[in-house]
Design a binder for this molecule. Structure first.
Ligand code: NAD
Length: 280
């Protein structure tokens, strides 16, 4: 007998990720999922439309609404949030008060906004991950290992990322996530060492620095390279997403994993069993 489907509340249902998740959930997966609520912004042109139809799959009988509190009260197993940094932060106390486990993929969170999500994780289990793909989370583990092995041996770390022209934050949340891995491997704090692009007479590169470089254009789903350059050789660890579906699949994996967990902040490394800890 198959288990009951996981009931999903999608926050940002009409967005690129919300629609990708809707299509996958409607397409039949193991375990099964059921979109039971679809929330988007009050002025979304999709309000009142069936989310399945809006996402280009079969009708699901779920109209897009702007009423998050009513959607939370309707009894989903998990809320999956791909919206905008300020939106996720504002949702945090409401999701916590409703007692609904929460998967947050939104990036570009300011420190205070991240704190709002961390606070919610005292009341409900929260998976917060800047990138939900298996490959990026494995890359995170590998970058930390590489940086640990290369620390103190003259290897400069630079992170180059490419995304589609509509991306709103820079550097990408994934680039920062990988930067945290490199910094942890080197034994540094990322906030003391991150440099966002270089322009003008910046002088010679100091050793204790992690550089970020963002390229924007076209429909690039997401590419990340972590480079370790020394005198005489250069090691590059790269990941290329060719479909948003890998991210949507990861979000669904987190959504299937989180119901019944103790309130805490989790990362995809927890969901995927790659290592203890490792929140994005
Ligand atoms: P998008 O702009 O296509 O979608 C965002 C959606 O949020 C839109 O439908 C928008 O109308 C909706 N929204 C805005 N304000 C809202 C509000 N007040 N209430 C409810 N909904 C609201 O963006 P996207 O490409 O789907 O990405 C969304 C976020 O997820 C971004 O921060 C992006 O960087 C991040 N992202 C993360 C991952 C990951 O794996 N963690 C993957 C892709 C994108």
């Amino acid at each position: 007998m198959s288990a009951a489907p996981v009931k999903l509340l999608l926050l940002g249902a009409g967005g690129r990720m919300g629609q990708a998740i809707t299509r996958l959930a409607a397409g039949g997966m193991d375990p099964g999922f059921e979109v039971t609520a679809a929330v988007d912004r009050p002025d979304s042109p999709l309000l009142g439309q069936d989310i399945g139809t809006a996402a280009g799959t079969k009708a699901l009988g779920v109209p897009v609404t702007a009423d998050l509190d009513a959607a939370l009260a309707a009894g989903a197993d998990v809320a999956v949030d791909f919206t905008f940094h300020a939106v996720s932060a504002a949702a945090a106390p409401r999701v916590a008060a409703a007692g609904v486990p929460w998967v947050v993929g939104t990036t570009g969170l300011a420190p205070a906004e991240r704190e709002a999500i961390v606070a919610a994780a005292q009341a409900v289990p929260v998976v917060l991950a800047a990138n939900m793909s298996v490959g990026i989370n494995l890359l995170h583990v590998l970058v930390e290992q590489a940086a640990r092995a290369l620390a103190g041996r003259g290897y400069d770390c630079e992170i180059i990322e490419r995304h589609h022209r509509r991306k709103k934050d820079s550097p990408s949340g994934t680039a920062l996530f990988l930067g945290e891995a490199a910094a942890a491997g080197y034994g540094w704090d990322l906030k003391d060492t991150a440099v966002d692009g270089r322009s003008g007479l910046v002088g010679e590169r100091p050793e204790k620095e992690i550089g970020f470089h963002a390229i924007r254009g076209g429909d690039i789903v997401g590419e990340h390279t972590v480079l370790f350059a020394a005198d005489g050789e250069c090691l590059e660890l790269s990941h290329r997403a060719t479909s948003r579906d890998i991210l949507a699949r990861g979000a669904l994996r987190a959504a299937a994993w989180i119901p019944g967990r103790a309130p805490a902040l989790y990362g995809m490394r927890d969901v995927l069993g790659l290592s203890p800890g490792g929140t994005a």
